[in-house]
Design a protein around this ligand. Structure first.
Ligand code: AMP
Length: 226
């Protein structure tokens, strides 16, 4: 049975950082939809050229494109042990499509973690967030403060969609389009909330604890056919 996790939370909640660590520690495939799109833009593939303008404005990419991207990725055998979706689903239709994909896979419960951070703290973090201009990695909050990327030596810069106006737009979109997902998932026995406003190590500990608990509860619920 796979360990299948969705990490939800507004931009700046620390999702990407925590998802990268969790996936590495558990040997799971991380599927970061935003990174996949940014790579497509960098390589100027047909997908990249289509999504570029919308992404720069901080708007969501259409559901059909995103659902197809995730469906194809989850069809690969390296997700059999489980996966960690980072940035998907972001709308209710995407969540519904994922439920259908999960039913067809029949490989363990879907664990949903909502990482919560107050609005003021998000704006502060996004304004100062730095990513590598060469490989796109986030500056590592677990590591020492350095100006160059530990992975490839590239320079840390602000992400084009992290400037204040676009950040506010992305937070608004989160509130209207993605937050309704909490309502969609919160009645499930495998839904968990984590306080993302703590130090990264504390968030990591809380995440590990709630995901392991949800995996046990979810497996039992599946067995009981609920
Ligand atoms: P992220 O790196 O997760 O903050 O995503 C950056 C941008 O990629 C978002 O602002 C959207 O434009 C796009 N994106 C990523 N994932 C999705 C998704 N599931 N649905 C729609 N747009 C997405």
């Amino acid at each position: 049975m796979g360990l299948n996790v969705i990490m939800m939370g507004p931009p700046g909640a620390g999702k990407g950082t925590q998802a990268t660590r969790f996936a590495r520690e558990r040997g799971l495939v991380r599927i970061p939809t935003g990174d996949i799109l940014r790579e497509a833009i960098k390589a100027q593939t047909p997908l990249g050229r289509t999504v570029e303008a919308r992404m720069e404005r901080g708007e969501l990419i259409d559901d059909a494109t995103m659902i197809e991207m995730v469906r194809e990725r989850l069809a690969r055998a390296d997700t059999d042990a489980g996966f960690l979706l980072d940035g998907f689903p972001r709308t209710v239709p995407q969540a519904e499509a994922l439920d259908r994909i999960m039913d067809a896979r029949n490989n363990g419960p879907l664990i949903v973690v909502d990482v919560r951070v107050p609005l003021q703290e998000l704006v502060r973090r996004l304004d100062s967030r730095k990513v590598c201009s060469s490989c796109g990695a986030n500056a590592d909050p677990f590591g020492p403060t350095i100006n160059r990327c530990g992975k490839c030596g590239g320079e840390f810069v602000q992400r084009p969609d992290d400037n204040r106006d676009v950040v506010i737009e992305r937070l608004k979109i989160y509130e209207t389009q993605t937050y309704p997902l909490v309502e969609y998932y919160q009645g499930r026995p495998t839904f968990r909330v984590v306080n993302g406003a703590q130090a990264p190590e504390k968030v990591a500990f809380e995440l590990d604890t709630v995901i392991d608990d949800a995996a046990t509860v979810g497996a039992a619920a599946l067995k009981a056919g609920t």
